[in-house]
Design a protein around this ligand. Structure first.
Ligand code: NAP
Length: 360
């Protein structure tokens, strides 16, 4: 596989720090540029992050003294140093939309964690095991933008990266008719630690802005179809969601209730989960978990603290599958929100794009 020089836009933030760690020993991707807001520009990465380093592992040595650029003002310099960029910034949606397209128009592909382009109909929103075929809309997007190489590809919201992977193969096999989901989301999902958000200690906040809408609507794009250079949303299954912020550092849990068009047995569900794998496993991409969906039979599993780092935080843990009195079945799912749900999911998407020739 070819090697690529990459940039991290939003390198100083929670997701940016995860990118820095994940890319430190990457076999194909080498970080050659870091960028953030004008507040960080001109400083070394170490100075710009200051006391905000929130990872348990130390900052990679080779990045400590790398200078941070201004993601907007220094765009020409940044694109000259990289083959593509990862992007995770905290800015207004319309600013992010314009800014990511500007990178694409500079012939620099953007693999984004931001939500701004998730419903742009020629921007693929991909969970690599689930909908890799959506990458084919990139050709239509390049036509619209007038680019040869440049494009934007996004990953979906972190909340749904546990329950949508578990539902996906069940939908293919038995048809999901409706689904109710309650998520219990970690504080790193808001870019925070307990030091920076002490109100979250011993507390639950029953509101996360925009999260319930994303949790209900984004699965329909993942399960949509490419038609005439656009992704047409699926019109089913019906989702309803409640999203709560809980006092956990990392790892989003979801309690799922589901009714099928053809109700399977418990055994059939377990077999579908066990045998499910996708293109990342076939291609043996560096960040692909060997077993994507992992069922735990013990009543008190999976647990956030014990299981969030399964297969480097890229695998999904599932448990407590049982029949329900209102829906057909209920179960719980867990995924690491800044790994599979953010930086790790984006790195896996970039690996898929590289393996399929989109980064050449
Ligand atoms: P964060 O910790 O608040 O970091 C925000 C980053 O954006 C920082 O690097 C900041 O740079 C940069 N930034 C702010 N204003 C900017 C500007 N005007 N120009 C360029 N860069 C600017 O946020 P986060 O949690 O990493 O989230 C980043 C994005 O990823 C958000 O869109 C979020 O919705 C998405 N996301 C997060 C998660 C998660 O689990 N945390 C999961 C999925 C998606 P300075 O340090 O210089 O201010």
């Amino acid at each position: 596989m070819k090697n690529y020089n990459v940039g991290i836009i939003g390198a100083t933030g929670m997701v940016g720090q995860r990118f820095a760690l994940l890319l430190a020993d990457h076999p194909w991707f080498k970080v050659t540029c870091l960028a953030a807001s004008p507040r960080s520009a001109g400083k070394s990465y170490r100075e710009a992050v200051g006391d905000r380093w929130a990872m348990t592992d130390a900052m990679p040595e080779n990045l400590k003294d790398m200078m941070v650029y201004d993601a907007v003002a220094d765009i020409d310099t940044i694109v000259s140093k990289v083959d593509f960029v990862f992007c995770a910034v905290d800015m207004k949606k319309d600013e992010i939309k314009a800014f990511e397209e500007l990178y694409a128009k500079h012939e620099c592909p953007v693999v984004s964690n931001n939500s701004a382009h998730r419903f742009t109909d020629d921007v693929p929103m991909v969970i690599p095991e689930l909908n890799p075929e959506h990458l084919e809309v990139i050709e239509a997007q390049r036509k619209r933008l007038g680019t040869k190489r440049g494009f934007v590809a996004v990953k979906s919201n972190c909340s749904l990266q546990s329950y949508v992977p578990a539902l996906h193969p069940l939908d293919k096999a038995f048809g999901v008719e409706k689904c109710l989901v309650c998520t219990y989301q970690a504080i790193s999902g808001a870019g925070k630690t307990f030091e920076r958000w002490p109100e979250m200690i011993d507390n639950v906040i029953p509101f996360i802005g925009g999260e319930e809408e994303k949790s209900e609507k984004e699965p329909l794009k993942i399960w949509g179809k490419v038609e005439d250079g656009k992704i047409k949303l699926a019109d089913s299954p019906k989702f309803t969601a409640q999203c709560l912020r809980v006092p956990v550092s990392d790892g989003h849990m979801a309690a799922v209730f589901v009714t099928f068009k053809n109700k399977p047995t418990k055994e059939e569900i377990l077999n579908v989960w066990k045998s499910f794998s996708g293109v990342p496993q076939e291609l043996e991409l560096p960040h692909a978990p060997k077993q994507f969906l992992n069922y735990f039979a013990e009543d008190n599993m999976p647990q956030t603290k014990l299981n969030r780092n399964l297969e480097g935080g890229m695998a999904v843990s599932v448990g407590r599958l049982r029949e329900d009195s209102q829906y057909d079945y209920k179960f719980v799912c867990l995924s690491h929100n800044t790994l599979r749900g953010a930086a790790g999911g984006a790195v896996l998407l970039a690996e898929l794009l590289a393996a399929k020739g989109y980064m050449d």
